[in-house]
Design a protein around this ligand. Sequence first.
Ligand code: PNS
Length: 170
Amino acid sequence: MDKLAVYPGSFDPITNGHLDLMQRALKIFDRVIIAVASNPAKEHLFTLEERVRMIRESLTEHPLCERVTVETFDGLLVNYVEKKGAKAIIRGLRAVSDFEYEFQMALMNRKLCNDIETLYLMTGMRWIYISSRIIKEVVVAGGGVKGLVPDVVERMLNERLAARKATGVC
Ligand code: PNS
């Protein structure tokens, strides 16, 4: 039987750090589902459909893409993971600052479903300082993020920013 893990997140947008983590997870698991959270209560730069499309496009030429699927979920993560028949949730840990939030989330998920384990992987050193939030901040302030995100993401970020500037919403 395939060993399957779910890698959940907002992915607003996906970064090279996320892709690095996915690749590391595929050393342990046969298949990974990248599960994009719908979470309508949270404000996103990109719609759910855009986030999924960017991830799929980022993966088209990836050597491991056949072992990865991209899906969306809403409601409780553990319910989605159970429905998929997976036993593990993958999350990334960068610095100590990530720890508190991740610790709380992992223990809450364990309380909700004791059969599912959360596994934390460290991203490669070259991606340790990137997050979706800081990528957006840099682009909004006029900086370049080439090489830190997939090309499609860089393009969509610049398009979204240009559209916002044109409409005066920035
Ligand atoms: O990339 P993010 O925003 O840190 O991802 C957070 C995410 C989507 C994994 C988390 O908010 C989540 O699992 N949301 C689904 C709702 C849920 O299950 N909440 C209980 C666990 S805290």
